[in-house]
Design a protein around this ligand. Sequence first.
Ligand code: SAM
Length: 360
Amino acid sequence: MTTGTQGMIGALCRAGFESECGQELVAVAAQQGLFGYFQARKGSGWVLLMLPDPAQAETLMSRCNWQQLVFAREWLLGLAQVPLPERDRVSAVLEALTAEGYTGPYSRLEVQVPDSDLVSSDVQQFARKWTAPLSRALREEGWLSADATAPRLDLVLADFDQVFIGLSFPGNRAPFLGGIPRLRMPAAAPSRSTLKLEEAWKLFIPTEQWYETLGGGVQAVDLGAAPGGWTWQLVKQGMQVHAVDNGPMDQALMDSGQVTHVQEDAFSWRPKRRVSWLVCDIADKPGRVTTLMGDWLTQRQCRHCVFNLKLPMKQRWDTWQDCRDQLEGRLQQAGLKYRLQARHLYHDREEITCYVQLLD
Ligand SMILES: C[S@@+](CC[C@H](N)C(=O)[O-])C[C@H]1O[C@@H](n2cnc3c(N)ncnc32)[C@H](O)[C@@H]1O
């Protein structure tokens, strides 16, 4: 069993983004004066941050929140990595937990596999079936509790060789298991992109604030709107939308009477009055989009803003850092109070999605 002397945090991410996720974890740790390194196999969707001792991993997770991470879909405090025998794998996990004194209580057990083609279908099937007997064994030991505030025991299985045993904590983990929301594609929405905005809202806006934040009747602008997947979400919330794009908008959406199609350049067009919501899904240079968003925000032309940044393959982490620094620098210079969050959404591919709310 690998445990003990080193601290470990496991993170799930989109396959192919292990390096960005690892860089992020190392950077977040360094901000807390904790120095580690990451291990990841390319394409695995799984990253381990290694720290000098377990107490440092705990410190990091107690000081930082999952919400501030962009590339990590989920993060877990590592307890152990346990080699798996061919038979009686349940006992192997129980023995490892007993040996380390990790006997709960846990609110529940989840067995996850990384979201990667490198995970065989046998492993995926085994992981699905393993939850029930493992939960039963934990319950028999008296390690599971009805207390929802207790940590959750999270097992991550990438292959049959070993299992990562970790903990996740209420209020400091993804709201969807593994950071993967199960959203249904609305039949009437004109493009699959619609799911990005839906996921962004679910992540960035607490449920209890949906009504006042997204409530009907307010004005919105959608830059790069065609064919209208994001506009469809704005319309569904009852908003009046200026959809800016030279491309054609979905006819049923136009028939709603809530959409004005503006066939102009999104980088120069401005509304006559300020609006509540600005969304922007233009695949342009990330620095250019960030500047545009900064212009709208510092001129207080919108209150809430969701936008995508398409990141270049080789410098995704650095590009995101530059864009964030540029935007925050401008917002601070303008004396604005704001909330900024960004995330590599499950429905994002080569881009990340950012949210800015002006607070005064
Ligand atoms: C990824 S698509 C947007 C998809 C849309 N969010 C949806 O959900 O259906 C990007 C759009 O940006 C538009 N676009 C690119 N540059 C633009 C510009 N300078 N001004 C206006 N629209 C632009 C393109 O015409 C394209 O329709």
